[in-house]
Design a protein around this ligand. Sequence first.
Ligand SMILES: [Mn+2]
Length: 240
Amino acid sequence: MRSAFISDTHLASRGCRSGAISAFLDGLECERLFVVGDFVDCWRLRGKVYFPSSHLEIVMRVLDLADRGVEVTYVPGNHDAVAHAYDGQALGGVRVMSEAVHQTADGRRLWIVHGDQFDRIERSAPLVCMIGAAANEHFLHRANAAVNQWRERRGKPSVSLLAELRANTKRMTGAQREFEYEATSRAAEAGHDGVICGHVHAPAAIQGEVGYFNCGDWIDSCTALVEDLDGELRLVRQLS
Ligand SMILES: [Mn+2]
């Protein structure tokens, strides 16, 4: 590989598939690695912190790649926005850049950003997104039981908050199209040939007039974007 791009590893969150990331990094031979945000899920670093050694090992592996001569660039996201403060600095051999431009072997100039700046909801209501991230099915089950108890006392039929959530998740595909449109429009405006991002946990490699490349994530998709020596970009999926 000439280059590899990963995003949304979400270390410190229970959903993070550190075994898959570790296996991917193990087999990786490339000249440069881009970590495209939400590397550590800092929103979870409060109260009782979950950070097992398998997650720490991912940090060590990335530093080790930098040590072995791989050019590692870290573009922070919204869950690790604190790292934007180090824009332009090198930390342990890792170059931190709030945004970057990568030139492919075939000469395309691709803009690299995490992607939260293309997210309409994220931009207008970051607090709502934080609350959304804290919610999970377990919480919803408990909330659902409480709501239905309340409704029962008033003689109303019970409702399913989970079904409501799933319906909302379906509607997300529309939001994802909107995200892609925003990302490619802004890339074109800035004179780039395409954009490489993450954030929405939806891997994509669309070679349009303006390319749209999304690295995916390491909670569900376990995908990375890679560039071959001839400059072709494609997604790879890490099984296990
Ligand atoms: Mn994000």
